[in-house]
Design a protein. Sequence first.
Length: 104
Amino acid sequence: MGRTLPSTTQIAFDLIAELKPFYGALRLSDQLILDKLFEAIMQHRAAISNAANLLPMEIMPFVILLEERKSLNQIRNELLGLIEELENKFNLLSSQEESENNGI
């Protein structure tokens, strides 16, 4: 006997196809964002199929949230690094200025 349930990949493709009218009504900038969300869903197909107690449609928002959280964490870490770099430069400039003032 063959498989009676569609694969997670097929369900994801079906979801994307069902969203075509919605997708088409969006501005291009919004379509590009939605494309990234679709990519995230497709990248996590194996994990989605392992969520046996949930329907793939129920787990897909969690996949999107996961990818958004990863993106936010990356941005946060970059910002913290830049802040630390600026603090170090500020401290260096402050100590140089202090040294010059003491030498007067």
